[in-house]
Design a protein around this ligand. Structure first.
Ligand SMILES: O=C(COP(=O)(O)O)NO
Length: 248
């Protein structure tokens, strides 16, 4: 289908300059598959530092941003600030933003819209909780979350990567099986074909995230509708290189 594999490393609230140096040196050593797009999600306070030491071939993402250019929003950062330090991606709607910080679909959509209009590329996260999966609501939830993003994205789907991250697999060591992940990705792509367009559905890259490791990445990467990963814990470890190279 010709979708470029894209692997994100979401460092979350982890790292200090010594650990960041180790992680970046590991990425520099690689070797990284040149056919795979790599984006690292960095704590905001270290964005400028990471941009100063990481090769230009590696994208740098903030892990969140606010929905307007500037103003009295203590503690927040804007897409303009993210661009100002040279980063060109932002991760939005992560389940930890939704469950811990109470971000709802409409706020995520407003952030996505403003990030895109500010010139950032977006990794937009969706995914169901364990209760929702056990209640058979997985598709209902991911369709609802994605539907909320449609007006925010508009015709700018080339600036967006979707990340399906089942909440019950995040940070648990319990990944979705390749079949479970493929089923949701395929269903979401089919939904996009009907609710966005066949072109969007064919071209949008859908990452899988949730306890991806060097040991599980190859089988997951072999699934036709998995176009990459959004990796948490393992992105802090040398095995992240193996995950990036999972399609080799
Ligand atoms: O939240 C995640 C996944 O985290 P883990 O790989 O640690 O499950 N990615 O954004």
């Amino acid at each position: 289908m010709g979708r470029k594999f894209v692997v994100g490393g979401n460092w979350k609230m982890n790292g200090d300059k010594n650990q960041i140096n180790e992680i970046v040196n590991n990425l520099k050593k690689g070797p990284l598959d040149p056919n795979v797009e790599v984006v690292i999600g960095v704590p905001a306070i270290y964005l400028a530092y990471v941009k100063s030491i990481v090769p230009d071939t590696i994208g740098v993402a903030a892990q969140n941003c606010w929905k307007v250019p500037k103003g009295a929003f203590t503690g927040e950062i804007s897409p303009a600030m993210i661009k100002d330090v040279g980063a060109d991606w932002v991760i939005l709607g992560h389940s930890e933003r939704r469950t811990i910080f109470g971000e709802k679909d409409d706020l995520v959509a407003q952030k996505v819209a403003h990030a895109i209009e500010s010139g950032l590329k977006v990794i937009a996260c969706i995914g169901e909780t364990l209760d929702e999966r056990e209640a058979g609501k997985t598709e209902e939830v991911v369709f609802r979350q994605t539907k909320a993003l449609l007006p925010a994205i508009g015709s700018n789907w080339d600036k967006v990567v979707l990340a399906y991250e089942p909440v019950w697999a995040i940070g648990t060591g319990k990944s979705a099986t390749p079949q479970q992940a493929q089923d949701v990705h395929a269903s979401l792509r089919n939904w996009l074909s009907t609710n966005a367009s066949a072109d969007v559905a064919a071209k949008v890259r859908i990452q899988y995230g949730g306890s991806v490791t060097g040991a599980t990445a190859k089988e997951l990467a072999a699934c036709p509708d998995i176009d990459g990963f959004l990796v948490g814990g393992a992105s802090l470890k040398p095995e992240f290189v193996d995950i990036v190279n999972a399609t080799q």
